[in-house]
Design a protein around this ligand. Sequence first.
Ligand SMILES: [Fe+2]
Length: 204
Amino acid sequence: MAKNNIVQKELQLSEEEERIHKPRMNRRDWIKCNTDLWPLDLKQNAICKLKIEIEIDLWNELYNIAKVLEYKDVHKVLNICFWPECEATNILKEKFSVFGEDIDKYIVLRNQPYEFVYPHRDPVRGTSIYLPLGPRGSSYAPLEIYHNHMEYGLPENDEPTVWAWNTKCTHAVFNKSEPRFNIQASINMPYTTVFERYNAIFDI
Ligand SMILES: [Fe+2]
């Protein structure tokens, strides 16, 4: 075998390059989570906050319930069950009743610690009505949604917020160290149709 002459040069980076290559270990450092800066186009086509108010007590109770439910492993990283019948879910159903018969399924989702839901688009449902439960704050890995060559994500989970989002937009979750719970209602209808039909509750 021919002898390889390998000569390495010392890596030298400019300040600018060092800044560019500095690792950002938190996903929210990469994606746009400040909803005040979200463009109208994103809200019309991909994800938008809804004018549905959830009281803190209800939010806490739903989170506590979600932690003790039995889930089916749809696949290793994503566990799902139907909403259980109880007072808290009855109250939530009442709040979601604005969507009437358009809701197809009421589900609770659990992501296992350190598991990733890689970028994909949902094959069946078109729109999800979505309430993050826990963990709270920055520990709640953002739902990431990619739209118009930009990466967006949910802000830190500090207050109960209901979102509508387009499951046909590429989305992903890179979970952190804790089990992650959210509650969803699926609508088998394109997001833009839901946006038009229920425009009054979209917080544009
Ligand atoms: Fe999905």
